[in-house]
Ligand binder design. Structure first.
Ligand code: CA
Length: 313
């Protein structure tokens, strides 16, 4: 089977970095057409830089990286340096990128790519706030039906929230954008906190990254060392959750994940619960299902896959 064509929309972020590395290490299954940066974990200037740092770490400087929206559709930007550090990629010492940003705006790249390829052959993989994707859908409504699938990290139901008591960061930062995406009518797969909080980098798993001995394995181990202090303190968990790599792992081995096809709507009005993903997990409404909402994963299978692939870079 031909590899699946994807665009990674991202706000790196250590876990974004691992998600990108996993994709770039898996050319038999995934063809990365381009990477589009968005403001999120850190401001756009840093996410656009970090995306290129990650491509260079993977030795793949031919992947075009575009800068996109520098703020949410209508709200001021909220960032998460308290989790990811000042650079967004705190942990390893990595050189500034030499590869330039690609010319043009990320939103136009998304539009042109969807128009250029056969309808139904390009999957969008948002790993940050959904601003770029929503802007593209608004600017060029003709592309919406051309999207094969949207596989995204965001939201929560049982885990409720991480940036507010009821909202996950990516959705909270730009709830209006998330609302546009969830109403798009395209097939959506959601990796909420409910599953990503089960993808924990325990010490033996991080030791396995380090033991790969290559530049990538050591950098990922060092990113995790930094990233884990936040979740260990907050949740008392056994290690850092690898949120975004759930998206790229799903593209390679969907059988590692399980969930329910349910209705998911985004709260955009209540200041108290802004950005909450209201998932009808128990089927108590007659609202039509619009997303496969993932709830569980085979964590050992996930980390076996990830470690094996990082070893290829
Ligand atoms: Ca992210």
């Amino acid at each position: 089977m031909a590899p699946r064509k994807i665009i990674i929309d991202t706000d790196p972020g250590q876990d974004d970095a691992v998600a990108i590395l996993l994709a770039l290490a898996s050319p038999d299954e995934i063809e990365v057409l381009g990477i589009t940066a968005v403001a999120g974990n850190v401001p756009l200037s840093l996410t656009a830089k970090n995306a290129r740092i990650v491509c260079e770490l993977a030795g793949q400087t031919g992947v075009p990286v575009y800068a996109g929206c520098d703020r949410p559709l209508i709200r001021p930007l909220v960032t998460a340096e308290h989790v990811h550090g000042k650079t967004g990629l705190d942990g390893p010492v990595l050189p500034d990128p030499e590869m330039p940003l690609a010319d043009g705006h990320a939103v136009d790249f998304i539009i042109e790519t969807l128009r250029k390829h056969d309808s139904g052959t390009v999957t969008l993989c948002p790993l940050g706030p959904l601003t770029n994707i929503a802007m593209a859908f608004r600017k060029a409504p003709d592309i919406v039906d051309r999207v094969q699938e949207i596989v995204l990290m965001g939201g929560a139901y049982f885990e409720v929230g991480n940036i507010t008591p009821t909202a996950e960061f990516n959705i909270h930062v730009d709830p209006e954008a998330a609302d546009i995406v969830f109403r798009s009518g395209r097939p959506i797969v959601v990796m909420p906190l409910d599953v990503t909080h089960k993808a924990l980098v325990t010490k033996p798993r991080n030791d396995a990254f380090r033991a790969l001995g290559n530049k990538v394995g050591i950098a990922v181990a060092e990113m995790t060392d930094f990233f884990e202090r936040f979740d260990k303190e907050k949740y008392g968990s056994a290690g850092a959750p690898l949120h975004d790599p759930c998206v790229t792992a799903y593209l390679i081995r969907p059988e590692l994940f399980s969930g329910r096809h349910v209705n998911v709507e985004v709260e955009t009005r209540s200041e108290l619960t802004m950005g909450m993903t209201v998932a009808d997990w128990w089927g108590v409404t007659d609202r039509a299902p619009n997303a496969l909402f993932i709830g569980d994963l085979d964590a050992d299978g996930f980390f076996d896959l990830l470690t094996e692939r990082l070893g290829r870079l």
